[in-house]
Design a protein around this ligand. Structure first.
Ligand code: 3HC
Ligand code: NAI
Length: 704
């Protein structure tokens, strides 16, 4: 029962009482980000509770959908203001009365750190707790690196801080991060827990004083390096993982107050750095991409209770898995029993591999497989709310399929195509209901890659578009709206990079030079290793169909060198291995081709290679913006980070361009156009205009 209500910072922090238990409730929708005024309010609320002789214990909780989900990231571009989160935590930790954090939703980052400063923690079932700072190019800055290892041990703390992934409540309970899982009403549970603590006169345990879980490592710190090594390897080129490991080491080496001070200083240095700025940009760009600027607010997506996928090939199988993973029943249609069996077999093998890795239980595999129904009878799609076509990239085949979809699906069904290059408007016009047709362009492997380009046709209805976006999010993708053109956004830009990679081979680089420059830049793979992995024959076939030619790649294919699957491509592969080994034969072929074509090769350094590969792509990005194919530069960045491995910490191609300055890029493009004679390198009008005005692409988002 509540005896008095008093609001401190009216909307942000409330204080109420139930007998001798004070309940402090924060309320800053949507995610209770810990903004400055809330920090002020919390310090004030705890001071009141401390000074009130009638208060014997405090429960800290949050209104709305989640406990504090972290610091307010929008404040990170401004100078730090006190009180900092660490000051709030100091005030809580120093309370002479027990403080219980009652958690729900996603206590993350600074939110979890506040909870770590409380003396006890309980959580509602379904709560997910984590320190995701690493995903923003940061490390915890309010005690997370010191208190978490003291509560859960170094191994688990390192895993949480270095992956940034949250853990579920039951795991948090098992590891000692929380004291109890609270069923039922959380406020009541918090108060009951507080009363129990008081009745039992349980001592107040401050996480900072706990030493038991670190004692063994202090005596023998060698395992620390072993634990850290894989994280450091994975975070190569990144500042935050190195800094986080260092801070965790302080938990073993330094007095806790020194460690906390250094942690805060390092956090601020990272926060002010370029890598964190780029990652913040992607965080907000991803959320912005979910918004469609000209879609009326009241347009709602339709419910998708049942999905169907046409074609169980490379893409269809992976697409179907996404639905099964999200608990949505899905029917896969194939032309014949053999193709169907093969497709379903691949799906099962993928799930079994996840189970073998420990990423999924056997039960979960069975549940997902049970949601997938394979058939050769296309009539079975009659009750699907969404059908995604993933058949051969051939207009005639698509026409045949969409004719059938038009006849067989119920009215109101969303008809989607996964085409990579074909004209979505032409596809939609093959039906009597073009407004129901939309592109849903997944990336390979479709069950893994997060990007989903949602291709908006000229006639796509607003609610169909909204449905494609919402179902995309439901199946765990990052959907981005794009317009109709050859290759949409991602592949259209990639094409420019592919053309340049080939050119660079003739001009003076070898495949390993080009790939090496891109991996050093931060891409997981370069174009040649990637081509070998995907199979060089696919693009060869496409080029032949278009009457196009790529000198080196075509000759390799003519020799039967299709990449990894034939053991040879741009590189050599030892039997069963995936490691590319430079091949002197390929070098000879490149030199001979250059000579035959009269190209005088010269050494190219990595900077030149990167500029030649990325600047033309950025230029194409500018054209894409001007044509309205992408809504905003941030959308292009999200596409490249989630679909093509552009290093997140460089913020995507358009953000990267701004960081270099557009005048420099314009001038280099003019040189490239002269050098190669390729008119595509002439600066796009938008890029030239922005460069002239001393603006960046970001200025377009500010005015939109
Ligand atoms: N600060 C400011 N705004 C935030 C925010 C934050 N920490 N977290 C989310 N938001 C905003 C989003 O930008 C979005 O705004 P919009 O509606 O205007 O686009 C809105 O809140 C809702 O966010 P989502 O669309 O992401 O909502 P979801 O329900 O899908 O996800 C979430 C909720 C899991 C909390 C997710 O938003 C998230 O992961 N947020 C970031 C959490 C985080 O990184 N916390 C650590 C911050 S760093 C820190 O705490 C430093 C400390 O160590 C000192
Ligand atoms: P695929 O050749 O691996 O699979 C196509 C499947 O469709 C085959 O199993 C075939 O039997 C089946 N099929 C053909 N006609 C059919 C019909 N009338 N009814 C039912 N099934 C039929 O091709 P993939 O790579 O899966 O590509 C499919 C589509 O996805 C294409 O439009 C492609 O451009 C696009 N795409 C491909 C990507 C990739 O990396 N492979 C990436 C993104 C999109």
């Amino acid at each position: 029962m509540c005896f008095f209500e008093e609001n401190l910072v009216p909307e942000l922090v409330g204080l109420s009482r139930d007998g001798s238990v004070a309940v402090i409730t924060v309320d800053n929708p949507p995610v209770n980000a810990l903004k400055h005024d809330m920090r002020v309010g919390l310090i004030e609320a705890f001071a009141q509770a401390r000074n009130d002789a009638g208060v014997a214990a405090v429960v800290l909780m949050a209104a709305g959908r989640t406990f504090i989900a972290g610091a307010d990231i929008t404040e990170f571009d401004k100078p730090p203001r006190t009180p900092a989160t660490g000051d709030v935590i100091d005030a809580i930790e120093a309370m002479p009365k027990p403080v219980i954090a009652a958690l729900h939703g996603t206590p993350l980052g600074g939110g979890l750190e506040v909870a770590l400063g409380c003396h006890f923690r309980i959580a509602a079932p379904g709560t997910r707790l984590g320190l995701p700072e690493i995903k923003l190019g940061l490390m915890p800055g309010a005690g997370g690196t010191q208190r978490l290892p003291r509560l859960v041990g170094m191994e688990q703390a390192m895993a949480m801080i270095l992956s940034g992934d949250p853990i579920p409540a039951d795991q948090a309970l098992a590891s000692g991060l929380i004291d109890e899982i609270a069923e039922g009403d959380l406020r009541a549970a918090g108060i009951a827990f507080a009363k129990r603590i008081l009745a039992e006169r349980r001592p107040l345990t401050r996480a900072r004083d706990r030493e038991d879980k670190l004692a063994a490592l202090r005596a023998d710190p060698k395992p620390f390096d072993d634990l850290a090594a894989p994280h450091l390897k994975r975070g190569r080129g990144l500042e935050a993982p190195k800094a986080a490991i260092e801070a965790l080491r302080w938990a073993l080496d330094l007095p806790v107050d020194d460690a906390l001070r250094r942690e805060r200083d390092t956090f601020i240095a990272l926060r002010n750095g370029e890598q964190a700025k780029a990652q913040r940009h992607i965080f907000f760009a991803e959320r912005e991409a979910a918004k469609i600027s000209d879609l009326p607010r009241d347009v709602k997506g339709r419910d998708i209770a049942r999905a169907a996928v046409i074609g169980a090939g490379t893409m269809g199988g992976g697409i179907a898995m996404n639905f099964a993973n999200a608990g949505i029943p899905v029917t896969i249609v194939e032309t014949g029993d053999e193709a169907l069996k093969r497709g379903l077999g691949v799906i099962e093998k993928n799930y079994q591999a996840s189970a073998k890795r420990g990423a999924m239980s056997a039960d979960s595999v069975q549940k997902r497989l049970a949601l997938i129904e394979g058939t050769t009878d296309i009539g079975k799609i009659a009750d699907a709310d969404l059908v995604i076509e993933a058949v051969f990239e051939d207009m005639d085949v698509k026409r045949d399929v969409f004719g059938k979809l038009d006849r067989l699906t119920k009215s109101g069904a969303v008809l989607a195509t996964n085409t990579s290059y074909l004209d979505v408007n032409a596809i939609s016009d093959m039906t009597q209901r073009p407004s129901s047709v939309v592109g849903m362009h997944f990336f390979s492997p479709a069950n893994v890659m997060k990007l989903l380009e949602i291709v908006r046709g000229a006639k796509t209805a607003p609610d169909i578009l909204a449905t494609a976006m919402s179902v995309g999010r439901k199946i765990g993708k990052v959907p981005v709206v794009v317009g109709v053109c050859h290759g949409f956004v991602g592949n259209r830009m990639l094409r420019l990079r592919s053309i340049e990679s080939e050119r660079l081979l003739l001009e003076g680089a070898l495949p390993q030079d080009v790939d090496g420059a891109l991996t050093e830049f931060g891409f997981p793979m370069g174009p040649f290793a990637m081509g070998d992995l995907a199979g060089l024959d696919i693009s060869w076939r496409m080029r032949k169909a278009q009457g196009a030619r790529a000198e080196i790649a075509d000759q390799l294919c003519e020799q039967g060198r299709f990449g990894q699957k034939t053991g040879k491509g741009f590189y050599l592969y030892e039997a069963g291995a995936r490691t590319p080994v430079p091949d002197p034969e390929v070098e000879r072929l490149i030199l001979a081709t250059a000579q035959r074509l009269g190209v005088i090769r010269k050494a190219l350094d990595r900077k030149e290679i990167i500029e030649r590969l990325l600047f033309p792509m950025i230029n194409e990005g500018a054209r894409i913006l001007e044509e309205g194919i992408a809504q905003r530069p941030g959308d292009i960045d999200v596409i490249w980070v989630y679909g093509y491995g552009f290093p997140r910490w460089r913020g995507g191609p358009m953000f990267y361009a701004d960081s270099l300055g557009l005048p420099y890029i314009r001038d280099r493009l003019i040189q490239f156009a002269r050098q190669t004679g390729d008119p595509r390198h002439e600066p796009a009008p938008l890029l030239a205009r922005l460069a002239e005005a001393g603006e960046g692409f970001a200025s377009l988002s500010r005015t939109s």
